[in-house]
Design a protein around this ligand. Structure first.
Ligand code: BTN
Length: 231
């Protein structure tokens, strides 16, 4: 349960700032108005000017943690629904798409006894870096500005609700399946051991992605970067 929010104006990366609070031994959120060097997955940079939501959750999960990226993604979806948005999908396990364009990225990292789950949401950006034609922001989609602090409040409430549900085994994978994009589509999944091609078959009860590879064998992935072959 996240009860405390620590706020900064500008940090290198909220992922790293969150580590400094590990001795508190309780879950909290670290947020900043902007980041000097926001980090994305696969060593990428997360462009972090003012006008976005940048938050890292420092979590001490009791057991399995495989569901945390999806839990964060589902919390973002529920938050955006509350703000009146639709056409939301989750690109397993880390991205939230709005109208088929990426609006939010999630980076989960283990650090000692914790998991640090970082969420970057493009809120009031008027344009997104020219290399990212598949990205968007809430403002680009709706033509208006949003209160970032209010979004953070909604997001943390949703995350706490879902986290509690998960711990009490009340949360079913089905909730997420409704939003997963790309079921049945050909994808490449980039793992620590290389690139695997296949089609997305399902999300199982462990919250893992089931991928049918080119020889028809179904393999299970808890984490990785999925690239859709047909966008
Ligand atoms: C991705 O899509 O590659 C993941 C992007 C994650 C960005 C967030 S912003 C808050 C937190 N701090 C960081 O440096 N990264 C994450």
């Amino acid at each position: 349960m996240i009860e405390k929010i620590v706020r900064f104006n500008k940090v290198v990366s909220t992922q790293d700032t969150a580590k400094a609070f590990i001795e508190e031994k309780r879950s909290l959120a670290v947020t900043a108005l902007s980041q000097y060097r926001g980090r994305g997955r696969q060593g990428r940079t997360w462009h972090s000017p003012q006008g976005g939501l940048y938050v890292s959750l420092l979590l001490f999960p009791e057991e399995r943690v495989t569901s945390i990226p999806l839990l964060a993604a589902l919390s973002v979806v529920r938050t955006l629904e509350e703000l009146g948005m639709s056409r939301l999908t989750i690109h397993w396990p880390n991205d939230v798409l709005l109208g088929n364009k990426k609006v939010c990225g999630i980076l989960c990292e283990r650090y000692r006894s914790s998991v640090i789950c970082g969420v970057g949401l493009n809120v009031n950006s008027g344009k997104i870096g020219h290399r990212l034609e598949n990205a968007t922001s809430l403002r680009l989609e709706t033509g208006r500005d949003f209160d970032i602090d209010e979004i953070l409040g909604f997001f943390l409430r949703k995350f706490n609700e879902l986290y509690e549900e998960l711990q009490s085994k009340g949360l079913k994978v089905k909730e997420v399946l409704n939003y997963i994009s790309g079921l049945g589509e050909p994808v490449e999944i980039i793992t620590q051991h290389g690139v695997i091609r296949g089609t997305v078959s399902d999300i199982d009860d462990d919250w893992a992605l089931l991928l049918r590879d080119e020889s028809g064998i179904i393999k299970k992935y808890y984490y990785g970067d999925v690239r859709r072959m047909q966008w």
